[in-house]
Design a protein around this ligand. Structure first.
Ligand SMILES: O=C(O)CCC(=O)C(=O)O
Ligand SMILES: [Fe+2]
Length: 525
């Protein structure tokens, strides 16, 4: 018993002083940790848009904002929560409460964005930059044609530079990659001189990696001397790293003459018609333009003509304006939204998802309890004169395909008729033996602020995605032959959300509606 010895009490009093010291250190550490978390949270808050519905929506449809959001979930928040979990023993119940609150946000219904999502978002920015020729500085500033979100950090620039370098082996991509890496280094140095602290999203940024990537980009351009220099800078920063050492030796060897400045690939990407059409800077042929026109087209309903702008004659490509109402479009979106799945390339079930088509889709049937769906099929019939009747067997048309695109989402040039005979045999039973897709009718359900046009590279036609308008074209000639020139694409969405509704009519059902002409070359009107 302590009370029986004063010496013990003296000892105890001494220990108490030590105890205070220990606890002070412990709490100081704990507070420092919490303070650090608080700083990180403030850093994250600085990146976020204002907490209003409009600001948030504008942020998320800006591709830089969309990328940053995905990055924060895939990287930043993950680090953040890892640090919180370190406090577990300090405050178990509060932490459990936090976990419950997070789950109740509904985040668990969405799958937490992962590395694949982050890579997809990086690839989207690379695609958009190349397609729409956006300067590195603007993209780094989060500036899409004047619409701005918070700027990117050094780690983002490095990711973009690397992805750009590996996107193809062209010199133009290598040159852009160099600009990204230089931007990354510049930002890193600026931040370092400012406060020396790294934000959570830039934790993994190592300057030697930027130098190393810069070396590869210069090598790709054939500048082996520059490549060797940057490889050396990387190696000096991290002398223990054997792969950096190897890279340095390799480039040095190449530059020291034994390989006599061997040029590595100098292939340049061709600025294709597809890309020019998407950008809207294609050259127009006055001879063709002169024959195009606008008209009120008569429909099957006598007093209801529609505004048609004819964009090409053979194959006939048109846009019809104001052929669906805001309300009808909203109904389609409402019915479709909860059922969207990642788009396969074709429509054969179980087919792999595709990098040629970045988006989601679902089908809406005329039998839907909401009569708008069937009503809109009738509308297509009214405008085009083609039958849209769906039956269990030998249907004249397919169900509505509602489709939307992801960040920088597109559908690369393709034909809607099935090229491959094999596909025709794999169709669902109502479409078996109904022939190919004779024509395509596409409602634009939303306004896309930038990008997202439907383009026809073979015939130099661009259909702007105007809300409540519809594009219409034939995929087959009157003779039944395929129109190669009906090849088309959905351009990458640069800013905004693109939702469309596709109605494909099939060859067999239209035999009395679109007769074959007097000559195999007969065209449409
Ligand atoms: O999104 C577009 O503009 C075109 C879509 C398309 O071609 C398709 O879904 O087959
Ligand atoms: Fe298509």
């Amino acid at each position: 018993e302590v009370y029986s010895s004063t010496a013990d009490v003296v000892q105890l009093a001494n220990n108490e002083q030590l105890l205070v010291g220990l606890l002070e250190t412990y709490l100081d550490n704990e507070l420092a940790r919490i303070k650090e978390l608080q700083t990180h949270l403030e850093d994250i808050k600085k990146l976020l848009p204002e907490n209003t519905e409009t600001s948030i929506a504008n942020y998320a449809v800006n591709p830089v904002g969309a990328y940053s959001t995905i990055k924060r979930f895939a990287v930043t928040w993950t680090h953040f929560f890892a640090q919180i979990s370190d406090l577990k023993h300090a405050n178990n119940t509060a932490l459990r409460g936090l976990a419950t609150d997070i789950v109740s946000l509904g985040l668990s219904h969405h799958i937490w964005p992962q590395v694949v999502d982050l890579n997809g978002a990086v690839a989207a920015l690379v695609r958009l930059q190349k397609m729409y020729q956006i300067p590195v500085k603007e993209l780094a500033d989060g500036n899409i044609r004047g619409m701005k979100v918070s700027r990117l950090g050094p780690d983002d620039c490095l990711r973009l530079g690397r992805a750009m370098l590996h996107s193809d082996y062209s010199s133009s991509s290598a040159a852009l990659a160099i600009q990204w890496m230089e931007e990354a280094i510049r930002m890193h140095e600026q931040r370092h001189s400012a406060n020396g602290e790294q934000s959570l999203g830039d934790r993994s940024f190592q300057i030697e990696e930027a130098y190393s990537a810069l070396a590869d980009a210069h090598a790709q351009l054939g500048n082996v001397t520059a490549a060797a220099n940057f490889a050396m800078k990387a190696f000096v920063k991290d002398p223990e790293n054997s792969s950096l050492k190897e890279k340095f030796l390799k480039y040095e060897d190449m530059s020291s003459g034994s390989h006599s400045q061997k040029k590595i690939s100098r292939r340049n990407t061709t600025d294709s018609m597809y890309e020019r059409l998407c950008r809207g800077d294609q050259w127009k042929d006055p001879k063709i333009e002169a024959r195009l026109f606008c008209q009120y087209k008569n429909t099957l309903v006598p007093i209801r003509p529609v505004k048609e702008e004819v964009l090409y004659l053979d194959p006939r490509v048109s846009i019809f304006y104001d052929v669906i109402t805001d309300k009808e479009a909203a109904i389609l979106l409402e019915l479709a939204k909860s059922k969207m799945i990642r788009a396969p390339l074709g429509d054969v079930a179980g087919e792999k998802t595709s990098e040629q088509r970045i988006g989601k889709l679902t089908w809406l049937w005329d039998a839907d309890v909401n009569t708008t769906v069937a009503h809109l099929s009738k509308r297509v019939e009214e405008i085009t004169g083609l039958s849209t009747v769906i039956r269990d067997k030998l249907a004249d048309a397919e169900a509505w395909q509602i489709a939307t695109y992801g960040i920088g989402g597109m559908f690369e040039p393709h034909h809607d008729f099935y090229v491959d005979e094999g596909w025709l045999n794999q169709l669902p039973s109502h479409l078996l033996n109904t022939g190919r897709r004779i024509a395509t009718f596409v409602f634009y359900l939303t306004d896309v602020q930038l990008g997202g046009a439907t383009v026809f590279p073979e015939i130099n036609v661009r259909v702007p995605p105007v809300k409540n308008a519809a594009a219409f074209w034939y995929n087959l000639k009157r003779s039944g032959d395929m129109y190669h020139a009906s090849m088309h694409a959905g351009c990458p969405v640069l800013y905004g959300q693109k939702w469309i509704a596709n109605k494909w009519t099939r060859e067999r059902g239209q035999i009395f509606r679109r007769r074959c002409g007097l000559s195999p070359r007969a065209t449409d009107e």
